[in-house]
Design a protein around this ligand. Structure first.
Ligand SMILES: [Zn+2]
Ligand SMILES: [Zn+2]
Length: 330
């Protein structure tokens, strides 16, 4: 009898929490959409250009090199002319020191002192270096002391300097801004996600001379449709490449708890019974096709193999794999 009562109370509790989350989702989604609609976006004046650009995935879900580590997170070394930008710092799910990021950097011959700027796409665990980092709104390159050079750190919302990597306080950049000749942030796009809640995500836009805008994206919670719309509002140049996460864990995912595809539930602004669908992937493909980019490279950290196959079929020779240690030259 006691066991039955406990079971009943538990069911009621879960139902109550779930109902609360659904109510919050509805409200949050409305607020995020209203905030986006209220943003005044002007063309970037004098964004400048870079002559050369490469993107080297340091952390992502796949690699062809057995000496490198992989995980469902993101860290890319973006080299634009002589500026090295570290976009996000990976997951470090096992709280290691050296972290998979540091291990891969060492294996690839990259030193922390090579980094000129750190740019955070958004403040989720797989981009900040761990769950604790997400909770405490901080970041870490590894779970041990790493002396960071005195480089600027940009984040889309309040973030503290890392206790492991003391350095300057991160600066919040919400608006589109030119960070350096040819290197810009497209500015935050707000979205309210089920369980993850209110999320502000930013992306890098690099203007490559004679080619156009190369977008480098973290998780893609903004939706690619909105990222394209924002980019077109900021630049006259065409979109040349779309590289990074777009969050389509459809028909499979990288973080499973038993049969539950966690990424599909938490990364959506729909309730769990709708979540992220095959039709969303097809809409994304149509939106990307409408701007005819010359390179499309989808991060496998938050999109499924099924989704990657859809992209490969849709984009043919334009599609490039994102793999740790495999440099994408623009
Ligand atoms: Zn992610
Ligand atoms: Zn995310």
């Amino acid at each position: 009898m006691i066991a039955l009562t406990i079971f009943f109370v538990l069911i009621v509790l879960i139902a109550l929490i779930f109902t609360k989350k659904i109510v919050e989702l509805k409200k949050g989604k409305k607020q995020a959409d209203a905030q986006l609609a209220g943003m005044k976006i002007n063309k970037l004046s004098s964004p400048g250009t870079v002559k050369t650009l490469s993107i080297l995935p340091l952390i992502d879900y796949y690699t062809d090199n057995v000496d490198l580590k992989t995980e469902p997170g993101v860290s890319y070394l973006v080299s634009a002319d002589d500026t090295n930008i570290l976009l996000d710092v990976g997951f470090n799910k096992k709280k290691e020191h050296p972290s998979p990021l540091l291990h891969n950097m060492k294996t690839l011959g990259i030193s922390v002192s090579d980094i000129d700027m750190i740019f955070f796409s958004h403040l989720h665990l797989d981009h900040l270096g761990g769950m604790t980092e997400q909770k405490e709104k901080t970041f870490s390159l590894s779970q041990g002391s790493v002396s960071l050079p005195n480089v600027p750190v940009y984040a889309p919302a309040r973030l503290s300097a890392s206790r492991w990597n003391p350095g300057p306080e991160p600066q919040i950049i919400k608006d589109p801004v030119v960070l350096k000749e040819g290197i810009a942030s497209i500015g935050v796009i707000p979205r309210y996600l089920f369980l993850m809640g209110y999320t502000l995500e930013n992306a890098l836009a690099i203007n490559v001379e004679g080619k156009g805008i190369v977008l480098i994206i973290g998780c893609g919670h903004q939706t690619i449709e909105r990222i394209i719309e924002r980019t077109q509002a900021l630049f006259d140049e065409p979109i040349y490449a779309i590289i990074g996460g777009l969050h389509y864990p459809v028909n499979g995912g990288r973080i499973m708890i038993g049969p539950i595809n966690i990424q599909r539930i938490v990364g959506s602004d729909n309730p769990p019974w709708v979540s992220i669908r095959e039709t969303d992937v097809q809409s994304a493909i149509s939106a990307i096709k409408s701007v005819s980019p010359k390179i499309v490279a989808l991060s496998p950290h938050d999109s499924s193999d099924w989704c990657i196959d859809q992209f490969k079929q849709a984009f043919g020779d334009t599609y490039v794999d994102v793999k740790v240690g495999q440099k994408i030259e623009i």
